[in-house]
Design a protein around this ligand. Structure first.
Ligand SMILES: Nc1ncnc2c1ncn2[C@@H]1O[C@H](COP(=O)(O)OP(=O)(O)OP(=O)(O)O)[C@@H](O)[C@H]1O
Ligand SMILES: [Mg+2]
Length: 411
């Protein structure tokens, strides 16, 4: 197993996600403000093109980390320019893809549009976060994520491709050197040059690094919700999919809770309905802590209002301590049959038995939970073993691997 990374340069990374409009940006900004007040060098970033983060803090948007408030020197905010990030990290590849499509007969405008990569903008923008994490400048990095963890799910794609990229790229390179002068003459499309392949490799490695940071032991995700049926249902699905993809969730934040005091009949009914919903949330998300934030009489804008919101939100808890939650996946020897089997187990909270599916393909395990699928490259200890049994119990998928691999099973 990997040893804890003792490097003091590794920042604590906190990610906030949830359904659209529930208060992710507000809660992220409040947490960052609290961190800076506690003396941590803090960066709060967003990949949101709407500049809401800058608006919540009451500062102009900036593509580079900029001081968020004169009275709070440790707080920096960065509104990542997704277009610029896309151009920087995807530009060369995009140029190549466009040329190929044009050579294949597509017109220029369509080719241009196809290569914009909808949805990937934000993922690529996270490469900027990796650069910030590496500077050693930050104690805490707070990330205001896209709704329902879309970005975090997309980020699992390079992991799924890693096996193939590692095996195919070096072969492809050698092959290309040997045959490309010839191929260039006979092929209908251009072969990618070394620069294009290099850019592809850099992008792939970079995205793997980002994912390693975000699933690492200094990172955790906080789910923001409002106590309403539709929102809670979505939060449950998000928790399932975040676990499937290996992210640790360490808290639930229930925002916009109506205070019950002095309520008129209209608010009384809302407060009662929210109270029931909150009890359900606490029970079903347990053992995760559920922090609540009251519905304030005004929009919390600026560091003073945000710090106040943050203090109410976390109370006595230390929001910046290392996450105590286990990573969703565990691989351990399984002593049950005394013959040296192994068990891989993956937390899949709220997943229904009928919606979970497991398939083995070579060195990969393909795990499906409802609409989500993860292609998991098996750790070396398991890659050569046969799956003996799989079951979903107590919110965990447990996959038992036989003692011997397919080659040495019967000894
Ligand atoms: N507890 C609260 N009390 C009062 N207003 C709030 C509270 N939390 C958030 N708001 C306000 O609600 C609006 C939406 O909040 P916010 O922008 O943080 O949501 P979001 O989840 O980031 O939205 P999006 O999905 O669009 O990014 C903002 O105007 C914000 O100031
Ligand atoms: Mg937002």
């Amino acid at each position: 197993m990997t040893r804890p990374d003792a490097s003091p340069a590794t920042p604590r990374v906190l990610l906030f996600t949830g359904k659209g409009g529930v208060g992710k940006t507000t809660v992220a900004a409040a947490t960052a403000t609290l961190a800076a007040r506690a003396g941590h060098k803090t960066l709060v970033v967003s990949t949101d093109t709407a500049h809401s983060l800058a608006d919540a803090l009451g500062v102009p948007p900036s593509d580079d980390p900029a001081e968020a408030a004169p009275d709070l020197p440790g707080l920096y905010v960065q509104q990542i320019d997704t277009q610029r990030a896309l151009e920087r990290h995807w530009g060369e590849l995009r140029g190549y893809a466009r040329d190929v499509l044009v050579e294949l007969g597509l017109d220029e405008i369509t080719s241009e549009e196809i290569t914009v990569l909808p949805g990937a903008e934000e993922v690529i923008a996270l490469l900027e976060l990796r650069e910030q994490a590496r500077t050693g400048r930050w104690d805490v990095i707070v990330v205001d994520c896209a709704p329902t963890a879309e970005t975090l799910r997309l980020l699992a794609l390079p992991e799924a491709l890693d096996w193939h990229v590692n095996r195919l790229l070096p072969v492809g390179r050698r092959l290309m050197r040997a045959v490309s002068p010839l191929v260039r003459q006979v092929a209908r499309v251009s072969m990618p040059g070394d620069d294009v392949v290099g850019a592809g490799e850099r992008l792939h490695r970079g995205l793997l690094d980002v994912r390693a940071i975000l699933t690492g032991e200094n990172a955790s995700v906080r789910l923001v919700l409002t106590p309403e049926a539709v929102v809670v249902a979505e939060a449950r699905r998000t928790l399932t999919s975040l676990s499937l993809y290996g992210y640790r969730v360490d808290a639930v934040i229930a925002n916009r809770v109506f205070p019950a005091e002095g309520a008129d009949p209209w608010r009384e009914r809302w407060a009662a309905a929210q109270g029931r919903r909150l009890a359900e949330v606490a029970e079903s998300f347990a053992p995760l802590p559920v922090h609540t934030v009251p519905y304030l009489p005004a929009e919390p804008v600026g560091t003073a209002a945000l710090a106040e919101l943050g203090a109410t939100l976390y109370g006595d808890a230390d929001p910046f301590a290392r996450p105590v939650v286990e990573p969703p996946m565990r691989v351990a020897p399984d002593g049950r049959d005394g013959r040296g089997g192994w068990e891989l187990s993956l937390a899949l909270p709220f997943a229904e038995r009928d919606a979970v599916d497991l398939a083995r393909k070579g060195d990969e395990l393909i795990i499906t939970a409802g609409p989500y699928r993860r292609v998991l490259a098996l750790p070396a200890a398991l890659a050569r073993r046969t799956v003996a049994e799989a079951a979903l119990r107590d919110g965990r998928l447990r996959v038992r691997f036989e003692a011997g691999g397919p080659d040495d099973r019967e000894s």
